[in-house]
Design a protein around this ligand. Structure first.
Ligand SMILES: [Zn+2]
Ligand SMILES: [Zn+2]
Length: 289
């Protein structure tokens, strides 16, 4: 049984509890470790978007940065709190990030700078947006697009996930079918896109998370769907279970249920990027300190 989570969020970003409160809860659950993975989202035009306005109203605008300097500053303060907590409690706490990957040279150069400065222990690859023609579409923008454009954006979304997986930067990929949050991508015509994505991930040697926050939707399943989990099993892709907890109540939520589900589907490899001798550690420059 997996007794840790590496996909969690805290106050200062868009979580509802402090690092210390999350740690206390992890200890009370008898966990072996905990990792924090707040959003690392850097995009020069992000503050001109509607979603930034919405985030401002709800008080979680800190997850968006227009420059790497800005993001590095926020993570420095957060990582210092983790170091302090680690020194004080002796509990294994790890410094992660849930990174939105952008496929351009400026982003890669900036991100490498961030890695050099921050030295995270592990990285989660994610795609919460589709960057297309100088516009940043979030899930709701994709949902509100006209059908034809919507299909194109969904294909771009999966393309982005594949490029991120191939980048070699990430230990595991987050919520592969996130677009179902707004009811998109579950149609039969996306199954080929999913197959291609899982095959690319398998070839790249990256793991995939099974994210129990999917159960908050009406489909009664995690991210990704049973359809994708079967592909992961078929391609022998290692998985890690995540709660994506934004508060202490959600830590470890439905972990036993999804582990059982994964085994029934035929998944055999369970992954922990922080355990020694993992196969794709050499892909991850952040682990060489
Ligand atoms: Zn996410
Ligand atoms: Zn998350």
């Amino acid at each position: 049984m997996q007794n840790f989570s590496l996909h969690t969020h805290t106050i200062g970003f868009d979580g509802q509890n402090t690092e210390e409160q999350m740690l206390e809860k992890a200890r009370s659950l008898g966990w072996s470790k905990i990792g924090f993975s707040n959003h690392f989202i850097v995009c020069p035009i992000v503050k001109e978007t509607k979603m930034y306005e919405a985030a401002l109203k709800r008080g979680y605008q800190n997850i968006y940065s227009a420059s790497f300097e800005e993001a590095i500053e926020k993570f420095k303060a957060h990582y210092e709190r983790i170091d302090e907590l680690k020194a004080r409690t002796g509990f294994p706490i790890y410094k992660g990030m849930e990174v939105d990957f952008f496929n351009n040279d400026a982003w890669r150069e900036g991100f490498n700078r961030a890695l050099d400065e921050l030295k995270p222990d592990y990285l989660i690859g994610s795609a919460h947006f589709v960057a297309y023609r100088n516009t940043l579409y979030n899930m709701y923008d994709v949902k509100n697009a006209k059908k034809e454009e919507q299909n194109l954006l969904l294909h771009k979304y999966y393309q982005n996930v594949r490029t991120a997986a191939k980048s070699g930067l990430f230990n595991f990929m987050a919520h592969l079918d996130l677009m179902k949050k707004v009811g998109l991508g579950r149609e039969e015509n996306f199954s080929e896109e999913e197959r291609q994505t899982v095959e690319t991930i398998a070839k790249a040697g990256v793991a995939v998370e099974i994210n129990t926050s999917g159960f908050k939707l009406s489909y009664n399943e995690p991210y990704p769907s049973g359809r994708i989990l079967a592909l992961l099993a078929e391609n022998n892709v290692p998985v890690i279970i995540s709660d994506d907890a934004h508060n202490i109540e959600r830590l470890g939520d439905k972990f036993d249920e999804v582990e059982k589900m994964a085994r029934e589907i035929g998944i055999k490899k369970f992954y922990d990027p922080l355990a020694p001798l993992q196969p794709n550690v050499e892909n991850n420059r952040s682990l060489f300190k």
